[in-house]
Design a protein around this ligand. Structure first.
Ligand SMILES: [Cu+2]
Length: 499
């Protein structure tokens, strides 16, 4: 229907134009050709002037109308340290090109009016004028030099890499169709090595997990959180096609190129909350964020910084938006503490893990810390239920009471605790699942408890402080219904009897 109406309109307008053309021709014949030409020339000149005025007004009004929505102005002052340099370079360029823009438009349409065709007037042919040549060469040359020198200066400031010994944090952004994979270095502050040949479904970044620096790396799959006032270096890469790492509020924009890592360094200077507070002063941002919910939150309350992909990288391009949160350092510290290592949660112990079956130093250290904290709590507690602790990673060879070599790590934690609390007396308890004969289970669990006690006495802990006991399958902690639950029931525990 709409198509039909548009076609009809086009046909009708064409007919009208043809008719006007015919009428003009007729008047020309009546009035005489020259007079008609002078007439039309004058009208065209006047219409040029009208166009000039309307056009310049439209430019000014639209710029004024949208001023609070645009970056580089009003509420959208840069939220990064280097952004001001870029904004000022942009504004200086806009100032000079703005003057040229207005002047050339006025000249263009004024000339069209002023020098329209008139009877008996001839054009002046000016073949050469040295003075004019000098003017219109020197002025643009000076302006261009100022702009280029300023621009180069701004470029060097904005693109500067971190200096030797400078305090900064590094994250990594990898673009792919269609999302950003953001990697944080974890507590060691260092990003682990990557090798694209190691990329698999589970290891999307091709992290080389033989590199210890990778073990604590975090892959942030929701929002990006950064502390305010801290210099951030972003390593930027791409997996498939060209993407572009764009943080408009921070004036950060850099191509993500497959096979060629790039970077950008910036320092956020306003938290999300501070930026929202600034938006709050402008009427545009006091409109409801959702037009269907006029009493709901205002636009400034809903504002979020964002990471976008500024490269048309495919049909899902728009979905590469990620929320960026700038928070005070304490809030950042709390957030990063909650993030879990990708390696430990997704890879450790699985097919892809090159360290499968090996105990890693940092895991031993982590567990030792956890053990001593739990021990402290248990010793101080007056609640009987909190006096029993489980020994983790204690394993025996199948069907026997022989401890595996890796059991020593946890047993050494217990030795350390027995030494730290010299009055501690404990019961060491062995438990099994309900598979097999109950009497045999009881014997095996007693032997295993004895085996643990034996290890401890060999390490110099007095036998009088250790009471081994086997419970067989009599004290399950879970139903013996699944493999997982049966594994929970096969365990070694100790209970503090006195301290
Ligand atoms: Cu993209």
């Amino acid at each position: 229907m709409t198509g039909l109406i548009i076609t009809l309109c086009v046909i009708l307008i064409s007919i009208v134009l043809i008719q006007i053309g015919k009428v003009t021709e007729l008047t020309a014949q009546i009035k005489g050709e020259r007079e008609a030409m002078a007439d039309s020339s004058k009208w065209n000149g006047v219409l040029s002037l009208v166009f000039l005025v309307v056009f310049l007004f439209a430019v000014i009004i639209s710029a004024w109308d949208f001023k609070n929505v645009m970056l580089w102005y009003g509420p959208h002052q840069s939220a990064s340290e280097h952004g001001g340099v870029l904004d000022s370079a942009f504004n200086v360029t806009l100032f000079f090109t703005g003057i040229v823009f207005v002047l050339t438009h006025i000249a263009l349409f004024m000339f069209a009016y002023q020098y329209r065709w008139r009877e008996g007037r001839k054009a002046l042919f000016l073949s050469h004028d040295n003075r004019l040549e000098v003017w219109w060469t020197v002025i643009p040359a000076v302006v261009m030099t100022v702009l280029v020198v300023r621009g180069l200066n701004a470029w060097n400031t904005v693109m500067a890499d971190v200096k030797e010994g400078e305090d900064y944090m590094e994250i990594e952004a990898t673009g792919q169709q269609f999302n950003w994979i953001i990697r944080y270095p974890g507590p060691d502050g260092k990003l682990g090595a990557r090798d694209y040949t190691m990329t698999t479904a589970a290891n999307q970044l091709g992290q080389d997990f033989r590199d210890a620096k990778n073990w604590d790396d975090i892959v942030a799959d929701k929002e990006i959180v950064l502390p305010v006032g801290k210099k951030v270096r972003v390593r930027i890469t791409a997996k498939d096609v060209l993407h572009n790492f764009d943080l408009p509020h921070f004036r950060v924009k850099m191509d993500a190129v497959p096979g060629m890592p790039t970077y950008f360094v910036f320092t956020p200077i306003k938290t999300t909350a501070e930026y929202r507070n600034e938006l709050r002063k402008y009427p545009e941002y006091n409109q409801p964020a959702d037009p269907n919910d006029p009493t709901g939150p205002k636009r400034w309350e809903k504002f979020e910084y964002e990471l976008a992909c500024a490269e048309l990288c495919g049909k899902g391009h728009y979905s590469m938006r990620r929320v960026v949160k700038i928070v005070p350092q304490e809030e950042y510290d709390a957030w990063i503490k909650q993030q879990q290592s990708y390696y430990l949660t997704q890879i450790r112990g699985k097919e892809e893990d090159p360290n499968k079956g090996k105990v890693l130093d940092f895991e031993v250290a982590l567990r030792a810390k956890e053990f001593s904290e739990n021990m402290k709590k248990a010793v101080e507690s007056t609640n009987a239920g909190e006096k029993t602790l489980q020994l983790k990673n204690i394993n025996f060879e199948t069907g026997s009471a022989n401890l595996t070599a890796d059991s020593r790590y946890e047993l050494d934690n217990l030795v350390a605790a027995m030494t730290a609390y010299p009055n501690l007396v404990i019961e060491v308890a062995g438990h099994t699942d309900n598979v097999g004969d109950p009497a045999a289970n009881l014997t095996l669990s007693s032997q295993r408890a004895a085996s643990v006690v034996n290890y401890l006495t060999n390490k110099g802990i007095s036998a009088g402080r250790l009471k081994p006991r086997g419970y067989g399958d009599t004290k399950p902690v879970a139903e013996n219904d699944t493999d997982e639950n049966r594994a929970k029931n096969r365990r070694t525990e100790f209970t503090i009897l006195s301290n």
